[in-house]
Design a protein around this ligand. Structure first.
Ligand code: FES
Ligand code: FES
Length: 157
């Protein structure tokens, strides 16, 4: 089927099988590999993207749903040259170890801070509850989100 969608501010059109997932479209068709494939069944959050403005597991979204959608991936949030304050805070707080969960964690944190610029620890835990990390023990990740919240307040985002 033909699908058209907006990804990180750019319009795309592709002919893809209807059983292709958004995660496959991102990684295999477009070649954007920041979004990670972990469990491939909606459990780990490694594949988290913003889908029409809300966080979603891209491994659970099929091609027909992608048609006309607006999608933001980690590549649309920041880059190596221009990291987002959340990405900077993750590095500074030691919240990245193997890094496999990090893009999903950053997308979920970004979504939280857009809605709620000064979240409590409980709200941060709730917002990241769908993102699993096997390395950090989570505390450094929560600290990174708190730090990003303060930084964004300082720079008036
Ligand atoms: S890869 Fe999608 S939730 Fe794990
Ligand atoms: S840093 Fe390794 S899974 Fe989170």
């Amino acid at each position: 089927m033909n699908i058209s969608f907006n990804l990180n501010g750019k319009n795309y059109s592709f002919n893809v099988p209807t059983n292709m997932t958004l995660l496959q479209i991102l990684r295999e068709t477009i070649g954007l590999t920041g979004t990670k494939k972990g469990c491939d069944k909606g459990d780990c959050g490694a594949c988290t993207v913003l889908f029409n403005g809300v966080t979603a597991n891209s491994c659970l979204i099929l091609a027909p749903q992608v048609d006309s959608a607006e999608i933001t991936t980690i590549e649309g949030i920041g880059s190596v040259d221009k990291p987002h304050p959340i990405q900077k805070a993750f590095v500074e707080e030691g919240a990245v170890q193997c890094g496999f969960c990090t893009p999903g964690m950053v997308v979920s944190s970004y979504s939280l801070l857009r809605k709620n610029p000064e979240p409590t620890e409980e709200e941060i835990r709730e917002a990241l509850s769908g993102n699993l990390c096997r390395c950090t023990g989570y505390i450094k990740i929560f600290n990174a989100v708190k730090k990003a919240s303060k930084e964004e307040k300082k720079i008036g985002r």
